[in-house]
Design a protein around this ligand. Structure first.
Ligand SMILES: Cc1cc2nc3c(=O)[nH]c(=O)nc-3n(C[C@H](O)[C@H](O)[C@H](O)COP(=O)(O)O)c2cc1C
Length: 476
């Protein structure tokens, strides 16, 4: 971390909510803009199939160091003028833990493209956010972001203990591996994802810089583990509370639900900031911190600053479909915008915050009428050991009979939503289902969604990232 620490971090928001445009706007203003690193292979090929409006993807791919890989991606996926509205998107292989040369190229290039575009035209810093649980694609994704000069890597939803050392090795151009969590694996099983920069770069490895690594945590216990006993420690923490958008850490102890069916969080779930401060590493507070008073309080508590998501998710530069933004802003104006912390929706098993919005998957009718289809995205699947000692993958949101055939318990499928498909639909990249229906959207936000209309300038229907920044940091 050579430059000064940012006071304001715009949180990574998947899928493609914090895309390169939002991160660029925040970084250009002198703060840390963060792109989401989730599902970027699918995001990139779908954007290409929609005609690559503005030519940005092709412009970034033209700067990708392996020209033959970039050309083959454009040739395979770019559709001039965009695909027909009722035509399905073509897809990639889901074997990200053991990718073909093409899939590995796609993962490296897609992460390169998003960071490259976010870094254009300013000297500011850019970060990328990943979920630890999505391990299969992590290694080539990290390397792609590093090739584009990413300054920070942020990772939550799991225990990213292996990542700092992986970044050290990738910065030296060395091969890396990552142990995969596989249900049912015994002590003799060795399930690992592997990545070799030399092979990916066709023998010509360019110099890359090691980015700083921030772990997203919700407890001081995890923070102290990541600050200490590792081969290579983390560089800092985002300390996230349960009011934050996206996935939340489950409450400690036995899960208890309130009358509405949401997990109940108590004092035990509040992070012990004194203990985190004692670790001596910089930390940022996340979750409901989008106002000047909250920023001031965070600094007083010893934090380097705050990470803010929801407020940025509804600004003009975010990837949310403009109609979603307009409708939720209108609900907020009428004091009717609210989220439900759904303990079941996400196949990951983590509580997931869902905005209650008609016509989306939060709507019981829409959920009931959606046909479950075999998974073709695969990011939130769980790996399990098959009888013959290989890796199988299952998702409680896939057709119930498929899940059960793969050894999953039928009761695990109740209330599960296709989060991957729904999130892509929310950023205008939704698939057409096999029977012709459009994949319904699924909108996530933090509790502060109730209040986002306060960022609208007087008389305006939309606001920009800079409006959020000015309210949070009125003194600049
Ligand atoms: C739409 C949306 C998507 C999000 N997706 C992710 C994600 O993919 N990974 C992650 O670590 N955090 C994610 N978050 C959390 C944000 O990065 C940030 O920490 C959080 O929003 C801060 O709390 P706030 O929403 O109250 O500002 C998401 C938040 C929102 C609003």
């Amino acid at each position: 971390m050579t430059q000064a620490l940012p006071v304001l971090i715009q949180g990574g928001m998947g899928v493609a909510v914090s895309d390169w445009r939002l991160a660029l706007a925040v970084s250009e203003a002198g703060h840390l803009g963060v792109v989401s690193g989730t599902a970027l292979d699918t995001v990139m090929i779908r954007r290409l199939q929609l005609g690559d409006d503005g030519g940005h993807i092709r412009r970034a791919l033209a700067a990708f160091p392996v020209a033959e890989a970039a050309e083959s991606i454009v040739e395979r996926y770019f559709v001039a003028g965009g695909k027909q509205a009722d035509q399905r998107f073509s897809r990639t292989s889901m074997r990200r833990e053991k990718p073909s040369r093409h899939l590995e190229d796609l993962l490296v290039a897609a992460n390169f493209v998003e960071v490259y575009l976010a870094k254009q035209g300013h000297g500011g810093q850019v970060g990328i956010n990943y979920l630890e649980k999505l391990q299969a694609a992590t290694l080539p994704s990290l390397y792609g972001a590093m090739l584009a000069g990413v300054d920070y890597v942020l990772m939550g939803a799991g225990i990213p203990r292996a990542i700092p050392a992986v970044l050290d090795r990738l910065a030296k151009g060395l091969p890396v591996e990552l142990k995969l969590d596989v249900k049912g694996a015994g002590s003799d099983d060795e399930f690992r994802a592997r990545f070799d920069p030399a092979a990916a770069m066709r023998g010509c490895v360019p110099p890359v810089t090691r980015p700083a690594f921030l772990a997203i945590v919700s407890s001081h216990v995890l923070a102290s583990m990541l600050a200490g006993k590792l081969e290579s420690p983390v560089d800092g923490f985002i300390v996230e509370e349960s009011s934050a958008g996206g996935h939340n850490a489950p409450p400690r102890g036995k899960l208890q639900l309130n009358e509405a069916g949401e997990p109940i969080y108590g004092d035990r779930d509040l992070p012990d900031l004194a203990a985190i401060r004692q670790l001596g590493l910089p930390f940022w507070l996340a979750g409901g911190r989008a106002d000047a008073e909250q920023v001031r309080q965070a600094l007083e508590l010893g934090a380097a600053g705050v990470q803010v998501g929801t407020a940025f998710a509804y600004c003009e530069e975010s990837g949310f479909d403009p109609d979603v933004k307009r409708r939720v802003l209108e609900l907020s104006r009428q004091s009717k915008a609210q989220v439900f912390t759904d303990p079941l929706a996400s196949p990951s098993g983590f509580p997931f915050k869902v905005v209650e919005l008609e016509g989306t998957l939060s709507d019981a009718d829409v959920y009931e009428h959606r046909t479950r289809e075999p998974c073709e995205l695969g990011y939130l699947r769980t790996a399990y050991r098959t009888d013959d000692g290989n890796i199988g993958w299952r998702c409680p949101s896939e057709p119930v009979q498929d899940y059960v055939r793969k050894g999953g318990a039928p009761e695990d499928t109740a209330g599960r939503k296709c989060v991957c498909g729904g999130l892509l639909a929310t950023v205008g990249l939704g698939q057409i289902q096999h029977q012709g229906a459009k994949e319904p959207a699924l909108v996530t936000s933090g509790d502060q969604v109730s209040d986002i209309a306060r960022f609208l300038p007087p008389g305006a229907d939309t606001y920009r990232a800079i409006d959020v920044i000015r309210q949070l940091l009125p003194e600049g």
